[in-house]
Design a protein around this ligand. Structure first.
Ligand SMILES: Cc1cc2nc3c(=O)[nH]c(=O)nc-3n(C[C@H](O)[C@H](O)[C@H](O)COP(=O)(O)O)c2cc1C
Length: 320
């Protein structure tokens, strides 16, 4: 009987559950990532993706003034659409600035056409959008004398002091994490700060990795990603990647502020995913990707050794 359960019943149950959960993912993809529905925010994300392509082209040296006409025309049409249907938000306005800056540098028939239109409605803060020149010295200010002191002192902390972390300190760390790169700079992340006991416990009750220490977690951050930022089937998994990168930055930013963190996985079936969305009242287009426990670190804590693989195990030099 044990073998039957292990060899047949469980694998079949996993297959069925996998299928049902793929359907859940697919329905979110159809409603938000596919281009069937073009809600206001989806158009903005398309604008960001498109203007980012123009911004990139402006950084190339030597600059090709004949390139990018098709992209510029697409951006212009998207801006017209957004403006006429919903009005322009900040990110759209930055897109308008990028277009205007591109037009100064370009020579092609699409640019001629756009220039012949009334473009005054696109004027916005000149400090936004486009490119800027920076010195190597400026970038290298970020170098650590001893990077080990930063990277090797981060551990997953499962023992916190009871007091809550002030909201402002969390916001400072989140502000740093906003610098995380994302595909086409779309930044579709959202962070819910939860310190209220009732809400926090409701979330921890349906997260399976906090057993034994959940009661010691003072604050949790729920990280979710807006799936409507992504447009094609190629990008169907992109939010896990962008979101994972954001989470890592946030964890390091919190570490830089002297706080302890522990990732709490959100590898969940659809039922709990629906539950957490209801608890934090997030739009159905958002995918929760991780919860981060955060708090002040107790004077002395036990951490898992979590030994790492050797560098030889994970590096393969491609010589062909
Ligand atoms: C995506 C992700 C999910 C995780 N989920 C949990 C979790 O649910 N509970 C937990 O105690 N630790 C969790 N961890 C922490 C890992 O166990 C830990 O990062 C790993 O053992 C390495 O240890 P270190 O963080 O101390 O270097 C998670 C880590 C990651 C990256």
């Amino acid at each position: 009987m044990l073998d039957l359960t292990k060899n047949i019943i469980r694998p079949v149950r996993d297959l069925i559950s996998g299928f049902v959960n793929f359907l859940y993912d697919y329905s979110i993809y159809c409603q938000n990532s596919s281009s069937i529905f073009r809600k206001s925010e989806k158009i903005t994300y398309e604008i960001i993706k498109t203007y980012h392509a123009l911004e990139k082209s402006m950084t190339f040296s030597p600059h090709d003034k004949y390139a990018g006409g098709g992209v510029a025309l697409k951006l212009y049409k998207l801006l017209c659409l957004k403006n006429s249907k919903y009005g322009l938000g900040v990110m759209d306005k930055i897109g308008g600035n990028v277009l205007l800056k591109y037009l100064v540098l370009s020579e092609n028939k699409e640019s001629d056409f756009i220039r012949s239109q009334d473009l005054d409605w696109l004027l916005y803060d000149d400090e936004k959008g486009g490119i800027k020149k920076i010195k190597r010295d400026y970038i290298q200010q970020g170098m650590f004398e001893k990077p080990e002191d930063f990277f090797l002192t981060r551990f997953s902390i499962r023992d916190f002091l009871p007091q809550h972390v002030p909201k402002d300190l969390l916001l400072e760390a989140i502000s740093l994490a906003i610098k995380t790169p994302s595909s086409c700079n779309r930044q579709p992340w959202l962070v819910h700060l939860v310190s209220d006991e009732h809400t926090k416990n409701k979330i921890l009750d349906i997260q399976f990795g906090n057993r034994g220490f959940g009661h010691k977690i003072p604050n949790i951050l729920v990280i979710s990603m807006n799936s409507s930022a992504y447009t094609t089937a190629c990008e169907r998994y992109q939010y896990w990647i962008d979101g994972g990168m954001f989470c890592m930055s946030l964890i390091y930013a919190l570490h830089a502020k002297g706080l302890g963190t522990c990732c709490l996985n959100w590898s969940q079936e659809y039922k709990n995913d629906l539950k957490i969305k209801k608890i934090i009242e997030v739009d159905s287009s958002n995918r929760v990707i991780m919860i981060i426990a955060v708090g002040y670190i107790a004077d002395e804590v036990s951490v898992c050794r979590s030994d790492r693989k050797s560098i030889d195990d994970i590096v393969k030099v491609v010589e062909r």
